[in-house]
Write a protein that binds this ligand. Structure first.
Ligand SMILES: [Zn+2]
Length: 399
């Protein structure tokens, strides 16, 4: 029976090819660059499509110009209380240097099976596929045993706090399993690095530069500290690895301090960006830096510094044995696609679900390398394939 049902869904999607392309083009033409992140036009196009397809659609938002959709495809007779979430984002990064684009960024030009435009891959290709997969399920007359929730969101490119995070905490959704539509060339991604930002300030005592021994130079103290962070932390990071993600990292991104050339600086501040592996923790990474500060204090009675964590984002590590991964692998195999899980190179909204322990995968059409670059493009065949994969995942999870 599943074979018949699969065939019906796949045929329905093949008949929708023209509509899928047209819908994706509409999404690209509805400019939604972030900042400023006004997504009202693109969200309205999606809302109409979902409502016309028979889903119960709601929009919720923190800011009026950054709406998020929660659309439900419910079972007539639910066999179990199970919610599968399809999340992806509708905001895009800015165009960048316009003169480096050969294709107009918002005209959705199609050449040789590729559509060009800002956001066509990241992540409007995923959004179009997810929306059309729900429509295909309705048109194929599939009866789901649980609820499929579609959740196109705003705000992802600047942190997701008014998008995915807000929706998850609003109580509107209660996902048991999540598929985040991101640019993985339809591979199943189950791991992503996390992020911690540190602001460290050293304090000294001001004096005239002709008699610096009367003061304590906060910049000198910062240099000592950064050398020690390099010795004690950076050298350790070189030894750490995760099979699916790039290596961990530590970048000193900003440094400020002092007031004048001829004055001993009484203050110096640095901002550090630390990317953690899925098998590291935010607390562990914070403790490592704090330990170096404490070590400096124990060695040098004049060393005064404090540290603040200004931003955190959890890593993602979904068990390869979890149900959603197994189902996605089964579907990819049935489509003749590679089924070996991979890591995701960028940061995504998936971390909000992973943080709450909800099994999450990232999967969607498009190449990560092209995402924020000029002449961003997507293969239209890959978008159709993603539509099929999403539909089949939904029928298997919600059977
Ligand atoms: Zn994205």
């Amino acid at each position: 029976m599943q074979v018949d049902q699969d065939r019906e869904i796949l045929n329905t999607i093949d008949r929708m090819r023209g509509e899928i392309t047209e819908f994706l083009a509409e999404l690209v033409k509805a400019k939604s660059v972030n900042p400023p992140g006004d997504t009202r036009d693109v969200i309205e196009i999606i809302r109409e499509k979902l409502a016309a397809s028979g889903l119960k659609v709601k929009t919720i938002s923190v800011d009026d110009d950054k709406p998020n959709i929660v659309a439900r495809l419910e079972a007539d007779r639910p066999r179990k209380k199970l919610e599968l979430l399809f999340n992806s984002h509708v905001d895009t990064v800015p165009v960048g240097e316009a003169q480096r684009w050969k294709h107009e960024p918002f005209s959705a030009e199609v050449t040789d099976g590729r559509m060009y435009g800002r956001g066509v891959a990241d992540a409007k290709g995923s959004v179009a596929s997810m929306v059309m997969s729900a429509k295909a399920l309705v048109e194929s007359g599939v009866e789901l045993g649980g609820t499929l929730v579609l959740n196109p969101v705003s705000d992802e490119e600047v942190g997701g706090f008014k998008g995915a995070k807000y929706v998850l905490e609003s109580g509107e959704i209660h996902p048991d399993q999540v598929v985040v539509g991101e640019i993985t060339t339809n591979r199943i991604a189950i791991a992503e690095k996390g992020i911690v930002w540190f602001k460290i300030t050293t304090e000294g005592r001001t004096a005239h530069a002709s008699t610096p021994w009367d003061g304590i130079n906060a910049i000198d103290k910062m240099i000592d500290l950064l050398k020690e962070i390099n010795n004690k932390v950076v050298t350790q990071l070189r030894l750490r690895r995760h099979p699916l993600t790039p290596p961990p990292s530590l970048n000193i991104g900003l440094i400020t301090g002092g007031v004048k050339t001829n004055v001993v600086a009484d203050r110096c501040e640095v901002m550090i960006d630390r990317r953690i592996l899925p098998n590291e923790t935010i607390e562990g990474a914070t403790r490592e830096i704090q330990d170096v500060i404490d070590y400096m204090k124990s060695r040098d009675p004049e060393f005064r510094a404090n540290m603040e964590v200004t931003l955190t984002g959890s890593p993602i590590e979904t068990s390869p044995d979890s149900h959603i991964v197994k189902v996605a692998q089964d579907v990819c195999r049935s489509r003749g696609m590679p089924d070996e899980p991979v890591g995701y190179l960028q940061a995504s909204d998936g971390r909000f679900y992973a943080e709450k322990g909800i099994p999450t995968i990232l999967l969607g059409p498009g190449l990560a390398e092209l995402a924020h670059a000029p002449d961003e493009w997507i293969s239209l065949e890959e978008v159709v394939e993603a539509t099929k994969i999403y539909s089949l995942i939904a029928t298997r999870v919600l059977k």
